[in-house]
Design a protein around this ligand. Structure first.
Ligand code: FAD
Ligand code: NAI
Length: 467
C-alpha cells in the first residue's frame, strides 16, 4: 500500500515559546514544518503580552523607583525623576516589536511556514487554518493559556478600570489606588510596577499567604519585603462583588472563612487569579481528544496525547505555566517526532518572580522535601553577603535543602536582587545530582551575590563562614 502523503511532516498550532521553538527545532532536524498562529505577531503570550512587556515595565519602573525613593541618593546621586509614562510604554512596545519580529526572521531562516489564522481539527491529520486546510503527519498542540476570570467580574481593558495582565501593562495613567486580586506572580510583578510609579497598591489574596507553590520561608519573607515597600495585603480574604461606576470600582470582600463584609474603592482593579489552558475552538471532539478536570490536555513523557500523531506541550498541558518549561518541551517534542530522544526533567524547572529583589526557586520546597524523609537545611541572609550589602541590597536570603542521608540537593530558594540569574547555578547543580558539599566546595567569585548560595550550602553542614 502506498504511504499516505501530507503537506507537512509537522504542523505546530500556536507560536508561543512552546510552539515557535518546536517548529524551529523540527525544521532544523530536516522535517517540513508549518506553524499556525491566530495572533498578528509571533511569540505568543510571552513575547506579546507576558514575560517580555512585563519585564520591560519592571526594569523601567525599578530605575524610576531607585531615583524617586532614595536608593540613588544613598549612593550619592541626587536626582528628582520625572515620569514620562508614554515614553516608558514606548520602550516596552519597541522591545515587543523587536523580539516578535526576530521570531519571524528565525522562521524564514529555518524555513518554517507561518500559517496565519485560527486552527481547528478536521481529523487528526487535517487542520483548518482560516480558510485553508493543511495536512500533517504530526500535529503539535501548543495553544497556551489565557486569563482566568472571576465569576461576576467583567474585565474591560479598554476602560482601564477592571483589567487583566494585558490591560495592566497598558494603563495610560498611574492609578491612585490599585487593587490586585490574587497575590501570585502577576499580581506581585505588575502590582510592583504601579506601586513604584506612585500608585497605592492593595493585594487581596484568598489564601493565608502570597505566592502559593513556593517555599514557606520564602513566601513569608517576600511578603515582609513587599509590605516594607508599601504594598498592603489582605490575606485569607475573598472578593464577593465588584461594582463599577464610571471610573470607580467598589469591591466587596469578606474573610475567606466567612465573616463581616467590607468594601474598598479603587480606580483600577487587576484580576490576576491564574490562567486557563486554551482548548476552545480547536474542535478536539473531531479527534476524540478529551481534556482533564482542569481543562488541560494530558500528554505522556514524550508529549504524545492519547490520539496517535497528535502531541501537546506548554501551558496547555499540566505543569507550571512558564515560558522556559514550554520552550524545553518544544525542543523535546520535535526531537521525539524526528525519532531522537527528547526529555524534559520536570523536577528541575526554576521559577522566578522578577520583582526587586527577585524571588526564585528550583526543586522541592522545605515542606515538600520533609514529606520524603529527613532533610537538612542551610540558610544564608543576603545582609551577610558583601556584594549585596555594599550595593544596599541586603533584603532576602538563600536556602539550600538537602537529603539528610545522601546530602543530595533537593531544592534551592532565594530572595536576592539577581536571584533569577543565581538560580541557574542551582538548577545545573541539581541536574547533575550535586550534593550540598559539591556547591560548598565550588569556588565562587568574590564579591558576588552567588557566594550566598555557596554559604547556604556550607550552612547545610552547619559551617558557613560569614554568619
Ligand atoms: P502561549 O505563549 O500562550 O502561546 C500560544 C499561542 O497560540 C498564542 O499566541 C495564541 O494566539 C495561539 N493560539 C491559541 N489557540 C490557537 C489556535 N486554535 N489557532 C492558532 N493559534 C492559536 N513565564 C515565564 O517563564 N517568565 C515570565 O517572566 C513570565 N511572565 C509572564 C507575564 C505575564 C503578564 C503573563 C500573562 C505570563 C507570563 N509568563 C511568564 C508565562 C508565559 O507567558 C507562558 O508560560 C508561556 O507563554 C507559555 O507558552 P506556550 O507556548 O505554551 O503558550
Ligand atoms: P498565580 O497562580 O501565580 O496566582 C494566582 C493567585 O490568586 C494565587 O495566590 C491564588 O491563591 C489567588 N486567588 C485565586 N482565586 C482568588 C480569589 N477568588 N480571590 C483572591 N485570590 C485568589 O496566577 P497569576 O499571577 O495570574 O499568573 C498566571 C500564570 O502566569 C502563573 O502560573 C505563572 O506561572 C505565569 N507567570 C509567570 C511569571 C514569571 O515566571 N515571572 C510572571 C507572570 C505570570
Amino acid at each position: 500500500m502506498a504511504e499516505q502523503t501530507y503537506d507537512y511532516d509537522v504542523l505546530v498550532i500556536g507560536a508561543g515559546p512552546g510552539g515557535y521553538v518546536a517548529a524551529i527545532r523540527a525544521a532544523q532536524l530536516g522535517l517540513k514544518t508549518a506553524c499556525a498562529e491566530s495572533r498578528e505577531t509571533l511569540g505568543g503570550t510571552c513575547l506579546n503580552v507576558g514575560c517580555i512587556p512585563s519585564k520591560a515595565m519592571l526594569h523601567a519602573s525599578e530605575l524610576y523607583d531607585h531615583a524617586a525613593n532614595g536608593m540613588m541618593a544613598k549612593m550619592g546621586i541626587e536626582v528628582t525623576p520625572k515620569l514620562n509614562l508614554e515614553a516608558m510604554h514606548g520602550q516596552r512596545r519597541e522591545a515587543v516589536k523587536g523580539l516578535t519580529g526576530g521570531i519571524e526572521f528565525l522562521f524564514k531562516k529555518n524555513k518554517v511556514d507561518w500559517k496565519k489564522g485560527h486552527a481547528s481539527f478536521i481529523d487528526a491529520h487535517r487542520v483548518k487554518i482560516g480558510e485553508t486546510t493543511v495536512t500533517a503527519k504530526n500535529v503539535v498542540i501548543a495553544t497556551g493559556s489565557s486569563v482566568a476570570s472571576l465569576p461576576g467580574i467583567e474585565i474591560d481593558n479598554a476602560n482601564h478600570v477592571v483589567v487583566d495582565s494585558t490591560g495592566a501593562l497598558e494603563l495610560p495613567a498611574v492609578p491612585q489606588q490599585l487593587v490586585v486580586i490574587g497575590g501570585g506572580v502577576i499580581g506581585l510583578e505588575l502590582g510592583s510596577v504601579w506601586r513604584r510609579l506612585g500608585a497605592r497598591v492593595t493585594c487581596v489574596e484568598y489564601l493565608d499567604e502570597i505566592l502559593p507553590g513556593m517555599d514557606g520561608d520564602i513566601r513569608k519573607e517576600a511578603r515582609k519585603i513587599f509590605k516594607k515597600q508599601g504594598i498592603e495585603f489582605k490575606l485569607s480574604t475573598k472578593v464577593t462583588g465588584l461594582a463599577v461606576n464610571g471610573k470607580t470600582a467598589t469591591l466587596t470582600m469578606e474573610p475567606a472563612a466567612g465573616g463581616a463584609a467590607e468594601t474598598l474603592e479603587a480606580d483600577c482593579v487587576l484580576v490576576s487569579i491564574g490562567r486557563k489552558p486554551n482548548t476552545e475552538g480547536l474542535n478536539l471532539e473531531a479527534i476524540g481528544l478529551a481534556v482533564n478536570a482542569r481543562g488541560q490536555i494530558e500528554a505522556d513523557h514524550d508529549f504524545r496525547t492519547s490520539v496517535p500523531g497528535v502531541w501537546a506541550i506548554g501551558d496547555v498541558i499540566p505543569g507550571p505555566m512558564l515560558a522556559h518549561k514550554a520552550e524545553d518541551e518544544g525542543i523535546a517534542v520535535a526531537e521525539n517526532i524526528a525519532g531522537h530522544t527528547g526529555i524534559v526533567n520536570h523536577a528541575v524547572i526554576p521559577s522566578v518572580v522578577y520583582t526587586w529583589p527577585e524571588i526564585a526557586g528550583v526543586g522541592l520546597t522545605e515542606e515538600q522535601a520533609k514529606e520524603g524523609g529527613p532533610i537538612k537545611v542551610g540558610k544564608f541572609p543576603m545582609m551577610a553577603n558583601s556584594r549585596a550589602k555594599t550595593n544596599h541590597e541586603g533584603d532576602g536570603l538563600v536556602k539550600v535543602i538537602a537529603d539528610a542521608e545522601t546530602d543530595r540537593v533537593l531544592g534551592v530558594w532565594a530572595i536576592a536582587v539577581p536571584a533569577g540569574t543565581m538560580i541557574a547555578e542551582a538548577a545545573l547543580a541539581m541536574e547533575f545530582g550535586a550534593t550540598s558539599e559539591d556547591i560548598a566546595y565550588t569556588c565562587h567569585a568574590h564579591p558576588t551575590h552567588s557566594e550566598a548560595l555557596k554559604e547556604a550550602a556550607m550552612g547545610v553542614q552547619g559551617k558557613p563562614i560569614h554568619v
